[in-house]
Design a protein around this ligand. Sequence first.
Ligand code: PLP
Length: 391
Amino acid sequence: MSFDLEKDLQARRAQGLYRTRKTLEAPQGAEVKVDGKPYLAFCNNDYLGLASHPEVSAAMASATSEYGTGGGASHLVIGHSRAHHQLEEELAAFTGRERALLFSNGYMANLGVISALLGKEDAVFQDRLNHASLLDAGLLSGARFQRYLHNDVVNLEARLSRTDARRKLIVTDGVFSMDGDLAPLKELSELAHRHSAWLMVDDAHGFGALGAKGGGVAEHFSLNQDDLPVLVGTLGKAFGTAGAFVAGSEALIETLIQFARTYIYTTSMPPAVAEATRASLRILKEENWRREHLNKLIQFFRKECKQMGLKLMDSHSPIQPVIVGSADTAVAMSEALAAQGILVTAIRPPTVPKGTSRLRITFSAAHKQQHVEQLLDALERTVRPLQEEVA
Ligand SMILES: *Cc1c(COP(=O)(O)O)cnc(C)c1O
């Protein structure tokens, strides 16, 4: 066969990088059923436990009888419903921006925004650990593309001062998806002002989990629309539904409606998903106990891990990676934990740099303290012996 797909698949297997899927047979939550077996899960991005919240589900069900199931057309034709419109207005108010615009998902939002804002005469500066969708978006835009060292403002400034591009866009994750640390947004915002650049933040993992009212890194660092003109959020994580949004100025949103191809040439999200998101936004803003409980679990986990001598990263977000080194070790640990009924994902290259394979542990307000204790017991039994073997 001319494509010889088997050869590449075999090579990937031989490298220990082969990816497979599990089948989830329960709603998302702390206790799940996977391939017929019960597990305690620490691997979803449902940080507030809203993906299976009864009020959110009820909002979706009742909206289905009002709006039916499908969006039926793109937003610019006849797919933009009252539900979408109201959600956009509520997201604008929530983020303190003039307007917000819905996209089908975060990947499309990022592709759409960067390629609508930039062209060949422009330059994009991305943190080297940015999410794949941001990196892909930078390449697609045709702008001059530079990756700066992770969270390194000095490295970025040197690059900014050398460019003669028309528009300069600095792009970063708010909370880094595989490391859990935060971007230094105050510094990045000042740098952007000094160099007449714009700052764009993808806060997929910050919304809901960070900020007193769940407003993510923008709220955490008190960054208004001037400081942070392009703010992207996803709805499939802490919001517990699906889709994404971009929040910013009137001119930014109108520009996206005119020029963002992933906005224009796609069907709107189901209106019932927008209604469900309106319900989850209310809960996300109002139920502070979810963030407080989540933070307690995170602090407890970190304290106990330190006592055990496990290698954590500088993260206070719900993403708590345990670095183990090789891809094989990470997979062996993840399998050993699964044998004890605990699901934790092994993250390997090319998602993370070589030699930094890790267990990516994520916490949710749906977890109880006792779940975290079970996780810690299993880690104690599993990770330390394996880690010492490797060292
Ligand atoms: C998950 C994620 C996305 C993609 O969002 P989807 O709505 O799942 O497509 C984009 N950026 C970051 C940082 C993410 O973690």
